[in-house]
Design a protein around this ligand. Structure first.
Ligand code: 5AD
Ligand code: SF4
Length: 477
């Protein structure tokens, strides 16, 4: 039996997006070795988790497991989990009840819990959940073949060792949920910040950066295979740092961004997530220099009030955040900025809440991911502060923020009516096969009627005719 008691250091906020998205989508090709085994994987939480599932798929492919979309025919069911808020964990528990019914029909099927909930709850899984055969933390995926072998012999196994070195740099991810045009590249793992609300230090460990040459090789390979956009992914990309052990040469995030942009002018480069305390003007100047670096920055503010920011241990105050926004406006006048916001953090007053409303307006965020505070066991805030804002107050404040952000987003988008943008066509729009969809440099989704001769992966100049708070509607010029 594997077990570990890793040092729980470091912290991080993540760019969380889609809760509960299942990995397999249209463009992914099922393939199988005759007589080979099949695995089914579902991912929850942030983009980093989706990216990790592609590393897991690659490791499993190498030992003869091919992916399937059909859970009922799988020999191995994996669920890559998220711990960021209580609700995310509840969703995973519900899915496990469903997998239990599958396992009853196919008793040989093994079930593995991966990712942040595996790391957070460790051995508890094997004690509490009879159906779980494997518990594997985010730094232990190379051990999967070995653990699966043990599970096939009837053992229930766990490896939740965190690492200071693992970056999976040499593993070529199997693109599971791909449109063939845009891809995520993980450039670092873990986080060394100490935001008091965040569970990530306990689940993803210390921050480490990946060898930049393996990142460039992955991006180049994607471009050669028809991809036209890469998003460099990390919990805090601005603190990317790497030193060549032989030459002592150093690479920071601004350098990495520039090297990636130089691969090809037709390869767009995005990145996420930036931390206000680390985002330098150097990065902004590199963004200004290259047309193919998209003019969009996800810069989570969390709160608009300096006292709350201090309690959150974000290590910046409101004037610092405002200064970063002003630097963006100065150096990149056309950039869009988006944010993450938490309402109802410990002891937050109505007046402090109004400061958050007011920074949404002041910063003119193009959009935000908005949450009410969910206390996570073991975090700094859980140990130091009372979770004392009643749930209905947290939710009311959240609704006020959402309502305001929607209005600000609508205004932001309406200001684009009449402008023309270069759009990378990603595919058909969700609503109609007669329309394409794609993003502009500011990461705004645009929908427009198709035109003969254009296909996904091409760029098109599109003029905005109308706007909602989420989408720009246009036509090719
Ligand atoms: N409660 C609510 N939201 C949280 N986030 C992180 N931890 C918590 C928590 N305990 C939010 C932050 C972060 C985003 C990914 O999730 O806004 O930036
Ligand atoms: Fe991603 Fe883990 Fe954070 Fe969830 S808790 S959003 S899986 S890093």
């Amino acid at each position: 039996m594997y077990d570990s008691n890793p040092t729980l250091e470091g912290i991080k906020t993540i760019d969380e997006a889609k809760q509960g998205n299942v990995l397999f989508k249209e463009h992914w090709q099922e393939s199988s070795v005759p007589g080979g085994k099949k695995f089914y994987i579902e991912s929850y939480g942030c983009q980093m988790n989706f990216s990790d599932s592609e590393i897991v798929a690659s490791i499993l492919n190498d030992v003869g497991y091919s992916p399937t979309r059909n859970v009922e025919e799988s020999d191995l069911i994996l669920i890559n989990t998220c711990s960021i808020r209580e609700k995310a964990e509840e969703t995973v528990r519900k899915r496990l009840r469903f997998f239990e019914s599958i396992k009853k029909q196919r008793p040989g099927t093994k079930v593995g819990v991966l990712g942040c909930m595996a790391e957070r709850l460790k051995k508890q899984w094997l004690e509490e959940e009879k159906l779980v055969d494997l518990v594997v933390g985010p730094d232990a995926y190379r051990d999967l073949p070995n653990l699966i072998g043990g599970a096939e012999e009837g053992h229930r196994l766990i490896n939740v060792l965190l690492s200071r070195e693992e970056t999976y740099a040499d593993i070529n991810p199997v693109r599971l949920e791909s449109n063939g045009i845009t891809a995520f590249i993980s450039i670092m793992r873990g986080c060394d910040n100490m935001c008091s609300f965040c569970v990530v230090p306990f689940t993803r460990g210390r921050e480490r950066s990946r060898d930049p040459f393996s990142i460039l090789a992955e991006a180049t390979g994607l471009f050669e295979n028809g991809y036209r956009e890469v998003t460099l992914l990390g919990q805090n990309v601005d603190s990317f740092k790497w030193e060549n052990p032989e030459t002592g040469e150093r690479v920071n995030f601004a350098n990495l961004l520039e090297m990636t942009a130089l691969i090809h002018p037709n390869l767009r480069v995005r990145f996420s997530t930036s931390h206000p305390k680390d985002m330098t003007d150097d990065v902004l100047h590199v963004m200004a220099k290259y047309d193919n670096i998209c003019k969009y920055i996800h810069l989570p503010v969390q709160s608009g009030n300096s006292r709350v920011l201090e309690m959150m241990n974000r290590t910046y105050d409101r004037p610092w955040y405002e200064d970063r926004i002003e630097a963006i406006r100065r150096i990149l006048p056309d950039a869009a900025v988006s944010s993450d916001i938490i309402t109802g953090f410990c002891s937050e007053t109505e007046e402090e809440h109004r400061d958050t409303l007011n920074i949404v307006e002041w910063a003119n965020f193009s959009m935000s991911y908005m949450f009410f505070y969910s206390e996570r066991p073991g975090t700094l805030a859980a140990r130091k502060y009372a979770d004392d804002i009643p749930e209905e107050v947290k939710k009311r404040r959240l609704n006020e923020i959402i309502r305001l952000q929607n209005a600000v987003s609508l205004r932001h988008n309406q200001a684009d009516i009449g402008k023309t943008f270069n759009v990378l066509i990603e595919g058909n729009s969700r609503k109609s096969d007669l329309d394409f969809c794609g993003r502009n440099t500011q990461n705004k989704m645009m929908v427009f009627p198709k035109k003969e001769g254009l296909k996904p992966g091409d760029y098109a100049l599109v003029r905005v005719k109308d706007a909602t708070s989420a989408t720009l509607l246009g036509e090719i010029v």
